[in-house]
Write a new protein. Structure first.
Length: 209
């Protein structure tokens, strides 16, 4: 890695590993978002989980409800953890930005906090791409840290990261511009269970293509 270049998402989450699950396990808003999504899914729906992490709670909750889950993550450590913890789901170590997602091939897409280390342009394109990958009427559950920042260096669970995001109104508009109708919007503050954690704003959106 060249001097001054940001650490990759893969290297950050390889290092964080299972600590990530422990830090964010207390997010009632995340679980509420999943429960809202479950109410809308037909039985045996096919769901893409972008940035699937350790597989918990997203893939575990969805497979537990009888749905078929494909999890994508750039971190080999996370993919290994998820494969062991949620064997009912399929997990692949890949960069979703480089995948050719078949049009209309999923009933739902989940993107929980996995946009933040992408540029704003990459986030915009990914939302459009997952929209195309959803069948008409399919659903998107997405969460982010709604801050008006681009290419800002910070610290996440003791690790240096470079973050880009959008403010709440701009992010909600971005989802709408990608071809979605926003059905539910929930925002609040969350403190991860980690010694170096600070309160952070969280925004959860549930939308329909």
């Amino acid at each position: 890695m060249e001097s001054g270049s940001p650490p990759t998402a893969a290297s950050v989450f390889d290092a964080v590993g299972a600590d990530y699950e422990r830090a964010f396990a207390g997010s009632a808003a995340h679980r509420a978002s999943l429960e809202q999504l479950l109410k809308l899914l037909a039985p045996h729906s096919r769901v893409l989980d972008v940035g699937s992490g350790t597989g918990r709670p997203t893939a575990e909750t969805l497979t537990g409800a009888g749905h078929e889950v494909l999890g994508i993550d750039v971190s080999p450590v996370m993919v290994d953890l998820a494969s062991r913890q949620v064997p009912e789901a399929e997990f692949r170590c890949a960069d979703v930005r480089e995948l050719a997602l078949e049009e209309g091939s999923f009933d739902a897409v989940c993107i929980y906090f996995s946009l933040l280390q992408m540029s704003r342009a990459e986030q915009t394109e990914l939302l459009r791409a997952v929209g195309r990958a959803l069948r008409p009427g399919g659903h998107l559950a997405v969460a982010t840290v709604p801050l008006d920042v681009e290419g800002v260096d910070g610290t996440f669970m003791g690790r240096p990261v470079r973050v880009s995001s959008f403010g709440e109104a701009d992010f909600t508009a971005l989802v709408a511009e990608a071809g979605f109708t926003v059905l539910e919007q929930e925002s609040g503050m969350f403190v991860p269970d980690h010694p170096e954690a600070v309160p952070e704003p969280h925004l959860f959106l549930l939308a329909r293509r």
